[in-house]
Every structure is written in C-alpha cells, then in structure tokens.
Design a protein around this ligand. Structure first.
Ligand code: CDP
Length: 225
C-alpha cells in the first residue's frame, strides 16, 4: 500500500460491535502518530442527545433535525473526550440505553450525511485511523489501508461484557450478547451504508488473538508496498 506520505496515511477499520476496533485503532494511531477518529462515538452522541431531549429515536424527521443542530466534537488529547453541545458525554454515550438506541439513529440518511461531513473534515486535517462501519466503503473510499475486524459472536459479547463490568455497570452476559446481535443485524440490514467489508478490505479474524498481535499485524500491513 502506502501511496500517501506517512503522516498523511488514511487507515479505515470497520467491523461489527465488540470486534476490538477502537482499542486497536487507538493504538495504531498512537504508534503511527496519526489522529484517531471514533465515528461510533459521534452516532452515540446523537443518540444520547435524542434520549436526553425526549425525542423518540424512531422519529426520523426529528432526529435528523437534531443532528443538524447538535455540535459533536472529539478531542484529540490523550483523554479522548467526546463533547456534545459543550457537555462532556464521554462516559454517558457508553450506557446500555444509548447502545440500544444508537443503531436506529444511525440508519437515518440525514444523520449520516451530517456526521460523514464531520468525519471527512477530520480526515482533511491530516493522517487518520478511523473506525466504524462504513469507513472503507463510504467515508474514506480512497483509504491507503482498509481492515475489516471480526471475531466470534461469543468472544465479542464477552469482551464487551468485561468492559462494562470494569466500568461498574451490572448487566448479564446474555443481555450484552442479545443487544449486540440486534445491533449488528440492524447495522447490516439498513439501506444506507450498511455494515459490510469494502471490496479491497483485508479481513482479520481476531478470535483468540491479543490486542498486541492485531496491532502488530496492522502495522506490518502498513509497511507492505
Ligand atoms: O464500539 P461498538 O462496536 O459497540 O460500536 P460503536 O463503534 O460505538 O458504534 C455504535 C453504533 O453506531 C453502531 O452499532 C452503528 O449503528 C453506528 N455506526 C455507524 O452506523 N457507522 C459508523 N461509521 C460508526 C458507527
């Protein structure tokens, strides 16, 4: 690969929930000194705002209007805070309520157009590692490297459950697995930018692999000509 200069590289990491995208993307960005852009956090921020404002997440018109007027900012400090209309929502957007609402919100074309515009602006600032569902297929079709991360459904649910437990949230593994499957189905079956690998994506099954193994694999792919 490597057509752009090292500090202008664009790396797209897509895949289903719990495949390890954000953990891996963050580390790859740090090692290569690129920006990390968590596009899922942006969709989560809109879902959070709708819930907070009492807007029904099934109302496409109202949610799309909300997305046009909501300011979502990802800061690039080490803390990687997420701001929504001046409120620090970094923790709040990870709640089970937001996780359950986010895929409905993310299916609306008005919401996607607005957030994709912000994502492309981020990429215009310099090299990026961007993770999401449609980065390789739609947001950055000319990315230098496209990775599609997967893992068994069981392992993905377990990883997410451990994360939630670490954050002090008490949910059963079964509940996490069901929510995740429902969200993956919604993301895969939606009409606009569904979750699917780009034709030129490299598939990486991370079942049983350590974070370090996956990061090393991606870094080595960036070296290949
Ligand atoms: O971290 P996790 O895999 O649970 O999900 P996320 O990356 O935070 O994304 C949350 C949700 O946002 C996804 O389930 C999708 O519905 C939506 N999303 C999307 O539609 N397109 C993206 N580029 C990123 C996220």
């Amino acid at each position: 690969m490597t057509r752009r200069k090292p500090d202008e590289l664009q790396i797209a990491i897509d895949g289903p929930a719990g495949a390890g995208k954000s953990t891996v993307a963050k580390l790859v960005a740090e090692r290569l000194n690129l920006f990390y852009v968590d596009t899922g956090a942006m969709y989560r921020a809109i879902a959070y705002k709708a819930l907070r404002s009492g807007i029904p997440v099934h109302d496409e018109t109202l949610v799309s209007e909300l997305a046009q007027t909501t300011q979502v900012v990802l800061d690039h400090s080490n803390e990687r805070l997420v701001w929504c209309d001046g409120e620090n929502v970094t923790q709040a957007i990870r709640s089970p309520e937001v996780s359950r609402a986010v895929s409905s919100v993310a299916a609306y074309i008005g919401v996607r157009q607005r957030l994709v515009e912000l994502q492309r602006l981020e990429a215009a600032r310099g090299g990026v590692v961007m993770d999401g569902r449609d980065i390789g297929t739609y947001v950055l079709p000319e990315a230098d490297l496209k990775i599609f991360l997967t893992a068994s459904a069981q392992e993905r649910a377990k990883r997410r459950w451990l994360e939630l437990r670490k954050d002090g949230k008490s949910v059963s593994l079964e509940e996490v697995a069901q929510d995740m499957l429902r969200r993956d189905r919604q993301d895969t079956e939606r009409e606009v930018s569904p979750l699917e690998p780009a034709r030129d994506a490299i598939m990486l099954d991370t079942t049983g692999l350590s974070v370090e193994d996956i990061v090393a694999e991606i870094l080595s792919l960036t070296q290949e000509g």
